[in-house]
Write a protein that binds this ligand. Structure first.
Ligand code: FE2
Ligand code: FE2
Length: 353
């Protein structure tokens, strides 16, 4: 669906800077409000988590081994394009976390938050740079400093940051572990060595999500009342974005032996199971109406891209119609029945998938 092929460093930067409903964004927030965060009601859990970061069990992980270079092979053109797009989107997401966490770190003196943000920045910087090294094998790279200076920033209230970041860390874990397990079963489908790194990598993302779970559980007003409507909104926004984005890359998934529908619903199941640690509501992704709604969003997105390619007045008009249909479909999905549950006493979850 991205019609411009990625062939040069300019194409890479253009793709990384793209702003649309499904592209990764950069965020700013209210740092003073974050500075006032209080996690003291969960002191024991919080300190145990910081000790895990301090132990840095992945300090030796983000280095290439000797076999790495020998496993890189020429990819068929369609797969190559989708894989490059996958890497650029992933770098942009990883680096988005890095920039946000680092800005929070610089702007707070609350020791709990400052320490956490130092570790999160460390991890996300490793992740972004590790993928970028693989992009360099193709003579391409995302210029991270330039991206930081030129990408548009979206302001999110702190609570939106907690909901959205928690979910993107946990769904990131669910995606990486599902890909890793699939290629563990089918090593013949592992078309690039970077996938061998996903298991230990996704444990970082899992732990990042745990940190935001503790922040929210220590501030329970974030998890009740009108905020439940925000939680439902972010659950749907994150799930729908991933679903539409993955369906723009069918070749990539097929190369790994994963059909995008099956893969995405598996990732939803894992994310939903984990998110019960913190959210008292979850989406019922098995409802036939829910599944039909997501499939409809993919169709609308395709029609929107076709209209954009057509251009001119008619193209613009068709794009507007698609945008309205997309908003209506999203609203219908939003009002579908959700599942409700009590929050567990034991907050932390093990990455057992
Ligand atoms: Fe990451
Ligand atoms: Fe992360």
């Amino acid at each position: 669906m991205n019609t411009v092929a990625i062939e040069s460093r300019d194409d890479v930067m253009q793709r990384a800077r793209t702003e649309n409903l499904i592209s990764p964004r950069f965020y700013t927030t209210d740092y003073q409000a974050m500075n006032r965060l209080d996690v003291s009601s969960l002191r024991a859990e919080w300190d145990a988590m910081l000790a895990e970061y301090e132990g840095d069990n992945n300090h030796d992980h983000f280095k290439r081994d000797e076999a790495f270079a020998s496993e890189i092979r020429e990819l068929p053109p369609a797969l190559r394009q989708e894989f490059l797009d996958f890497m650029i989107t992933s770098i942009t997401s990883e680096y988005s976390g890095c920039v946000l966490y680092n800005e929070i770190r610089k702007n707070v003196d609350n020791p709990d938050i400052k320490r956490l943000m130092t570790y999160l920045t460390r991890d996300e910087s490793r992740h972004a740079n590790f993928i970028n090294a693989s992009l360099r094998d193709y003579g391409l790279a995302v210029d991270l400093a330039q991206l930081k200076a030129t990408k548009a920033y979206t302001y999110f209230k702190p609570k939106y940051i907690y909901y959205a970041t928690y979910l993107s860390e946990k769904i990131g874990y669910a995606r990486y572990i599902t890909i890793f397990r699939q290629l563990e079963r089918h090593p013949e489908l592992r078309f690039h060595p970077i996938f061998r790194w996903f298991e230990r990598w996704c444990n970082d993302e899992f732990r990042h999500g745990e940190s935001f779970a503790l922040i929210m559980r220590a501030n329970p007003h974030l998890l009740r009342g009108v905020n439940l409507y925000w939680i439902r909104f972010f659950l749907l926004a994150v799930y729908a974005t991933m679903f539409v984005r993955d369906h723009t890359r069918p070749t990539l998934h097929l190369a790994m032996g994963l059909d995008p529908d099956t893969f995405d619903y598996k990732v939803f199941d894992i994310t939903t199971a984990i998110s019960r640690q913190v959210f008292p509501v979850s989406l019922d992704t098995d409802l036939p109406g829910f599944r039909a709604g997501l499939a409809r969003l993919v169709e609308i997105r395709r029609a929107y891209d076709t209209a954009a390619q057509r251009g001119g007045f008619v193209g613009k008009l068709q794009q507007a119609v698609c945008a309205a249909k997309g908003a209506l479909t999203f609203a219908r999905l939003y009002f579908m029945p959700v599942k409700r549950h009590d929050l567990p006493v034991q907050i932390r979850v093990e990455p057992a998938w």
